[in-house]
Design a protein around this ligand. Structure first.
Ligand code: GDP
Ligand code: IMO
Ligand code: MG
Length: 429
């Protein structure tokens, strides 16, 4: 396997963690390149469930090198507590199988506080962020006032950088928001201690991954969030603050763009979204609630109920197109066994006019009307099916229809949260 990537083809929580864990079997490296602890990637191994936020989803396989790239907004405390949780459960994590970029930007307490204060300030217009400090950290990066992981390793370097950053943030916190300022000395001491613990993991990981690529090792890039939450191409401003798809890899991992091979988009057989913002195929009625119940659709990071609705073929065609998807992997197909009728969003209209494809911000997606195609459901339990030929004909027809509408080959299906609940359809793992 050359270098490949997995990205979310909807609004996040598509089941990337499960698929990455599965594809990691054939990889030498698993690399996160954007986002931060806003992500919650679930991997189920037997009776055990792991929710990974910052540590790549290859960590459960011995011998794989897991890399947190420079493009990640890294909360050191979140990373270390995740690491401790894995160690307690007997998973080996040390400086040989977890590598962290010295250039990743640090999330401090003021970033998390500013994230929550900005949401409060926006009131009704809030984004519905995860409150993990992601937006403010990337804002500092772009403003050139950020502090990077490598800076935590040297007290003389960190002190003036953090002082400058905190003086400005404390002015905002106290003057604009009328909240208490954050104590600089305590913050400096805590982050130096965190830096000390991180030291064995930190390095020029971009160089390590490029070298591995030159040596013919296989590299799997792990996208977080989903393409419709992409800062440039998502449903702005209701997005996250990074480039979530293939475009984020070159910048966020220090990896040459022309070396990225296969790109697998992950999409649920229906659709969910957490937080605010447009969701054209959302079902506000009992079918939406039933999707939430049957799919256990509650956020892996914040526990918030996910908004639920039907597969949006227009939006998914757009996300596969913009990310150059070589294959689509459809998850949670098993959840649909509970439904008599399945809907697929096949077209958009606005003001009575049919639109050509996905509007990419040209019209307000909130006011869009969706044209649906209804499909008869199947009622067989498919969680034990492992071969395409053993799926009920109606399930096959549904998948084939998704494939035709999106225009990208569906290379794998997932029929349950566990590692082995996979139906290969071209892509073996
Ligand atoms: P991620 O953020 O894309 O990694 O996805 P999450 O872990 O946030 O959410 C996906 C949820 O669906 C998790 O609870 C998974 O255990 C679960 N899951 C993954 N694949 C399947 C599947 O094929 N069927 C069912 N029923 N659940 C799945
Ligand atoms: P994974 O990797 C689903 C959403 C938040 C909010 C918006 C901005 O598990 O798929 P942020 O905290 O990033 O500033 O929030 O993005 N969001 C996610 N939704 N899955 C995620 O990650 C998400 N990460 C952020 O709910 O709407
Ligand atoms: Mg998730």
């Amino acid at each position: 396997m050359p270098s490949e990537c997995v990205f979310g083809a909807q609004w996040g929580d598509e089941g990337k963690g499960k698929i990455i864990d599965r594809l990691a079997v054939g990889a030498d490296y698993v690399v996160r390149y954007q986002g931060g602890a806003n992500a919650g990637h679930t991997v189920v191994v037997g009776d055990e469930k792991f929710v990974l936020h910052l540590i790549p989803s290859g960590i459960l396989h011995p011998g794989k090198i897991n890399v947190v790239g420079n493009g990640v907004a890294l909360d050191p405390e979140a990373l270390l507590s995740e690491l401790d949780g894995l160690l307690e459960r007997g998973v080996k994590v040390d400086g040989t199988n977890l590598r962290v970029s010295a250039s990743a930007h640090v999330i401090f307490d003021h970033h998390r506080l500013m994230d929550n204060l900005a949401e409060k300030w926006k009131g009704e217009g809030k984004i519905g962020t995860t409150g993990r400090g992601i937006g403010p950290c990337y804002a500092d990066k772009a403003s050139r006032t950020g502090v990077r992981i490598g800076d935590l390793l040297d007290a003389d370097r960190l002190a003036p950088l953090l002082k400058a950053a905190m003086d400005e943030k404390n002015a905002w916190i106290t003057t604009v928001h009328g909240e208490e300022s954050i104590d600089f000395d305590a913050q400096l001491k805590r982050f130096l201690a965190l830096g000390d613990r991180l030291r064995p993991f930190v390095g020029d990981v971009g160089g390590e991954v490029r070298r591995a690529n030159r040596e013919g090792k296989s590299i799997l890039f792990e996208g977080a969030q989903g393409a419709l939450l992409d800062i440039d191409h998502g449903t702005y401003p209701y997005v996250t603050s990074s480039n979530t798809g293939t475009a984020g890899i070159a910048a966020g991992a220090g990896f040459p763009a022309n070396q990225i091979g296969g790109a697998y988009g992950i999409a649920k057989a229906y659709c969910t979204r957490v937080g605010e913002g447009p969701f054209p195929t959302e079902d506000h009625g009992d079918q939406g609630q039933k999707l939430r119940d049957e799919g256990n659709e509650y956020g892996a990071t914040t526990g918030r109920p996910r908004r639920c609705g039907w597969f949006d073929a227009i939006a998914t065609q757009f996300t596969c197109d913009i990310n150059g998807a070589t294959g689509l992997i459809v998850t949670n197909l098993d959840v649909l066994s509970a439904f008599d009728t399945l809907r697929i969003g096949i077209g958009y209209s606005a003001g009575g006019q049919k639109l050509e494809g996905y509007p990419a911000g040209l019209v307000d997606l909130e006011d869009i009307e969706v044209n649906y195609e209804d499909h008869e459901g199947w009622d067989e339990d498919i969680t034990a099916v492992r071969k395409w030929d053993d799926l009920p004909a109606k399930a096959q027809a549904y998948v084939e229809r998704l494939e035709a509408l999106v225009g990208t080959p569906i290379v794998m299906l997932s029929v349950g949260p566990e590692r082995d609940q996979i139906i290969p359809r071209g892509l073996e793992a």
